[in-house]
Design a protein around this ligand. Structure first.
Ligand SMILES: Nc1nc2c(ncn2[C@@H]2O[C@H](COP(=O)(O)OP(=O)(O)OP(=O)(O)O)[C@@H](O)[C@H]2O)c(=O)[nH]1
Ligand SMILES: [Mg+2]
Ligand SMILES: [Zn+2]
Length: 304
């Protein structure tokens, strides 16, 4: 029988099978997708084949993935963790305060998703907590990200009816990501109360966040609409990519870089007649975006 992995605890998997029922499964034997060196062989969102014996399932095969999104292991073992597979869209929840999400973090996330050709959405949450000054900053950020083609929303998941966000989720499998405490689970509960995810307690909630959600879990909103709630991440390790490749994943650099004097060999750091550096100079490329680019190029850990 075919099914989709809805939840993984590392050794057990909840699989939503073709018959519409959920089964608790284990992995039988050694199954690995070819060329994958991740710590978890089976990820949320995977389409699998399972055998059923007395209501207990065993996953015997992982069907080919259309994509997967990785998070580098915290320990630098060279292994990565597959956060989810077969996703159509990645929605990043961010907050300007409590906790603060940096632009560097946002950019790393966008680049990771772009590298897998997964369309991105940013939700700026906790609008109710913002001062007038913060709102100005928020508007600036939204303008910046909309200008590079990212869909942005600003809401209070606690107070608003998130109808517009509900709409963009329709008929897709969407990964919900972001730091711990930004309100990912709160947002999903507002979108569909039946999800009933636990939400961080305000009294125990520190600025650092306390990891209320501990496993990635997929929920079906209807037959074709799925959302994946994930535990908060502190940092995104990038997929390994070459220096030349990186600017391909910045939409505002992608086309411009063809005009650099050194063409595809230019890494836009200090080369003469660099179209990217010129664009930063005349502010067609935002300085914050270039700074993110620069720190990623300089980050040895990401090099192939
Ligand atoms: N003021 C305000 N608080 C919010 C809003 N959304 C969420 N919160 C609060 O923020 C805290 C964290 O919310 P969660 O939904 O648990 O955050 P999370 O992103 O799922 O966190 P992890 O599961 O740890 O990754 C809770 O106390 C929520 O009540 C909002 O729009 N405004
Ligand atoms: Mg959560
Ligand atoms: Zn250049």
């Amino acid at each position: 029988m075919k099914g989709t992995v809805m939840r993984s605890t590392g050794s057990f998997y909840d699989v939503l099978a073709e018959d519409g029922k959920k089964y608790n499964c284990r992995v039988r034997g050694k199954i690995r997708l070819e060329g994958i060196k991740e710590t978890n062989p089976v990820a949320v969102g995977d389409h699998v084949i399972m055998d059923l014996e007395h209501d207990i399932g065993s996953i015997t095969e992982i069907l080919p993935r259309t994509n997967h999104i990785l998070r580098k292991s915290v320990k630098k073992t060279g292994h990565s963790h597959v956060l989810a597979a077969n996703i159509d869209q990645a929605l990043l929840v961010v907050t300007l305060a409590l906790p603060r999400t940096s632009l560097g973090f946002i950019d790393r996330f966008l680049v990771s998703a772009e590298a897998y050709r997964i369309p991105q959405v940013i939700v700026f949450n906790k609008r109710d907590l913002l001062s007038e000054e913060d709102v100005n900053l928020l508007n600036e950020y939204m303008k910046l990200y909309e200008s590079i083609g990212t869909t942005c929303f600003s809401i209070s998941a606690q107070q608003d009816e998130p109808e517009a966000i509900r709409q963009i989720l329709q008929n897709k499998a969407t990964l919900i990501a972001g730091h711990s405490g930004v309100g990912k689970s709160t947002l999903l509960n507002a979108i569909a109360p039946s999800i009933g995810q636990a939400v961080g307690d305000i009294s125990s909630f520190s600025q650092k966040g306390t990891h209320t959600t501990t496993f990635a879990e997929m929920f079906a909103l209807n037959d074709n609409t799925f959302v994946i709630d994930t535990p908060g991440v502190k940092e995104w390790g990038l997929v390994e990519m070459s220096e030349q490749e990186l600017s391909d994943y910045f939409p505002e650099m992608r086309d411009l870089r063809l005009d650099c004097k050194y063409g595809s060999r230019c890494i836009h750091i200090n080369e003469p007649k660099c179209a990217i550096l010129d664009a930063v100079q005349n502010q067609t490329i935002a300085l914050s975006r270039y700074q993110s680019y620069y720190s990623m190029v300089m980050d040895e850990d990401n090099r192939k």
